[in-house]
Design a binder for this molecule. Structure first.
Ligand code: KIV
Length: 270
């Protein structure tokens, strides 16, 4: 009888230990089949609140609910064996303070099997990050462009340009100091991302930042060309699945209308 060794699921400690070594491969996923595809290649899979825009047609992430995160988190859990599963705390579920954040983070982790949460914010979230980290909830921080703050930023704008770089650097230092095991740097100049990567002791995960970060993350539907409502400038498309799917549907429709769609008889009489 042969036994295959059980797959080891990566932990926050494993991700932290990758600082300055092999770059971390990270992607979002929202469903079981996509999670299965990503798991073999990724160190970390994020159930991002981008699910609201990508799969539910919302115009921002602000209306994403705990219920939506739970549903998609459970689906992803059915497809993941090796990657670390991190889940986003949705807007409104953590900003009131550490106790609210702990209650909702613990609930999402228990309901989905995710082993960490991600939350947006720098210096002003440090107290909450420390509170969670000290109570057994690993936290991935997210600074730079934080999409849940789109109304305060006045759009999805690059953060940390010119003198604003100091603010973003201080954000990175405070979340690291508070105990985050990694930090997402979204839409910041490459030189600033490199500087932060050199100065903080935790892995930096870039998205529209720098190839010099300790890892990269993309929204999977963006990189597969599945979500084409708009394309952030920094996104590289590795496939064009929306275009392929449209062409396939067009062919199907034309075959149905022209009665060239294969008849079942032909298959069953073989
Ligand atoms: O929600 C999300 O998918 C994210 C990533 C883009 C980092 O926060």
């Amino acid at each position: 009888m042969s036994f295959s060794a059980p797959t080891k699921t990566l932990t926050a400690a494993d991700i932290l230990a990758r600082k300055g070594t092999t770059p971390l491969v990270c992607l979002t996923a929202y469903t079981t089949p996509v999670a299965k595809m990503a798991d073999g290649h990724c160190d970390l899979i994020l159930i991002g609140d981008s699910v609201g825009m990508v799969l539910h047609g919302l115009s921002s992430t602000l209306n994403v609910t705990m219920e939506m995160m739970t549903l998609h988190g459970r689906a992803v859990a059915r497809g993941v064996e090796r990657a670390m599963m991190v889940i986003d705390l949705p807007f409104g579920s953590y900003e009131e303070g550490p106790a609210q954040a702990f209650r909702n983070a613990a609930q999402l982790m228990a309901d989905t099997g995710a082993s960490a949460v991600k939350l947006e914010g720098g210096q002003h979230m440090a107290e909450t990050i420390r509170f969670l980290a000290e109570r057994g909830i690993p936290v991935m921080a997210h600074i730079g462009l934080t999409p849940q703050a789109v109304n305060s930023f006045g759009g999805y704008k690059v953060q940390g340009r010119g003198t604003d770089a100091t603010r973003v650097l201080e954000d990175a230092k405070s979340v690291a100091d508070a105990g985050a095991f990694a930090v997402v740097l979204e839409k910041v100049p490459a030189s600033l991302a490199d500087d932060i990567t050199a100065k903080v002791p935790i892995p930096t995960i870039g998205i529209g930042a720098s190839a010099g970060c300790d890892g990269q993350i993309l929204v999977i539907d963006d990189m597969l060309g599945l979500f084409d409502a708009f394309k952030p400038k920094f996104v590289k498309r590795y496939a064009h699945l929306a275009a392929d799917a449209s062409a396939a549907i067009e062919t199907y429709a034309s075959e149905v209308r022209s009665r060239t769609f294969p008849s079942a008889d032909h298959i069953f009489t073989k």
